[in-house]
Design a protein around this ligand. Structure first.
Ligand SMILES: NC(=O)c1ccc[n+]([C@@H]2O[C@H](COP(=O)([O-])OP(=O)(O)OC[C@H]3O[C@@H](n4cnc5c(N)ncnc54)[C@H](OP(=O)(O)O)[C@@H]3O)[C@@H](O)[C@H]2O)c1
Length: 260
């Protein structure tokens, strides 16, 4: 039984991940990290609940972190001190956070992914492939919708799709991303990657990538029907990552798709 700790146990995702671990025959819930000592809504009398991330790591073989960007540095430092692997699903990260994650990969097994579903992992690869085939007569636009509580925008998944498209087209992402068309008082440049964001209701995560020419449009579309898919993906990822050598891993590694 792999001992798994969860950071962000009171969150929407944290609670689901805790439930998935409790249901798993391969995993045991070892500790739950809470931030504001909020009740997590589950009766767990024998499980360590703590506001100290270091305690979560010391009681666990691996830790799953779905919290907020402002917690990331503390959580990575705790992981490094304990030399335990960590799966991170938090989005809204800055470039500086990404550097922290990359550097941690020299010392511990670490995986960050903005989306832990298999379908989206496949869609990232398809986006890169289509962008590598089509020339810039096809405009690339990305649309996403999430529930009303989501705070970061565009979603980490939409950004990952944009980066996959930029990689496929062999153009720099940051120079070509357009996050607010109201600020660009020109028509779109040929390599621009535009983002549009909707927030409302209880949407778990909808993403579309458009490749639009004068004559035709290809649309890739993914809809997460339930947040459960991300919790299951996080558990599967933790079971896969535990015991690996230090390194920065991706969902492509976990999914082991036949084409890299
Ligand atoms: N990778 C994926 O597949 C995937 C899927 C869905 C969501 N996400 C991402 O996962 C993250 C959490 O989403 P959610 O819907 O669960 O959000 P949420 O319901 O707002 O939960 C956030 C959790 O983080 C805790 N937290 C907030 N600030 C913290 C801090 N400074 N230190 C430690 N813990 C802190 C909160 O504790 P308190 O309530 O006590 O403040 C809460 O437990 C978001 O970034 C979201 O975009 C990723």
């Amino acid at each position: 039984m792999i001992k798994i700790g969860v950071l962000g146990g009171s969150g929407r995702m944290g609670r689901l991940i805790v439930q998935k671990i409790l249901e798993s025959p391969k995993a045991r819930l070892s500790a739950v990290g809470i931030h504001h000592q909020k009740p997590i809504g589950l009766d767990l009398p024998d499980i360590l609940m703590t506001t100290d991330p270091e305690e979560v790591f010391s009681h666990s073989d691996i830790v799953i972190d779905f919290t907020k960007p402002e917690a990331l540095q503390d959580h990575i430092e705790a992981a490094l001190r304990s030399t335990k692997p960590v799966v991170i699903g938090t989005t809204g990260l800055t470039d500086a956070h990404q550097i922290l994650i990359k550097e941690a990969g020299h010392h511990i097994p670490i995986l960050w992914a903005p989306n832990m579903s298999l379908g989206l992992t496949v869609m990232l690869k398809l986006t890169e492939k289509i962008a590598s085939i089509l020339d810039s007569s096809f405009d690339i636009e990305i649309l996403e919708m999430h529930h009303r509580h989501k705070t970061d925008a565009p979603s980490g998944t939409a950004l990952a799709l944009g980066k996959a498209a930029a990689k496929g087209r062999n153009i720099p992402f940051h120079e070509n991303a357009c996050f607010n068309r109201m600020e660009c008082h020109t028509s779109r440049s040929k390599d621009q990657i535009g983002f549009a964001v909707l927030r409302g209701g209880n949407v778990s995560g909808d993403h579309q990538v458009f490749f639009a020419s004068d004559e035709e449009i290809i649309t890739l579309s993914h809809r997460a029907l339930d947040r459960d898919i991300f919790a299951k993906g996080a558990l599967k990822t933790a079971l896969w990552l535990v015991g690996k050598s230090p390194g920065l891993y991706t969902m492509q590694d976990v999914a082991d798709l036949p084409w890299r």
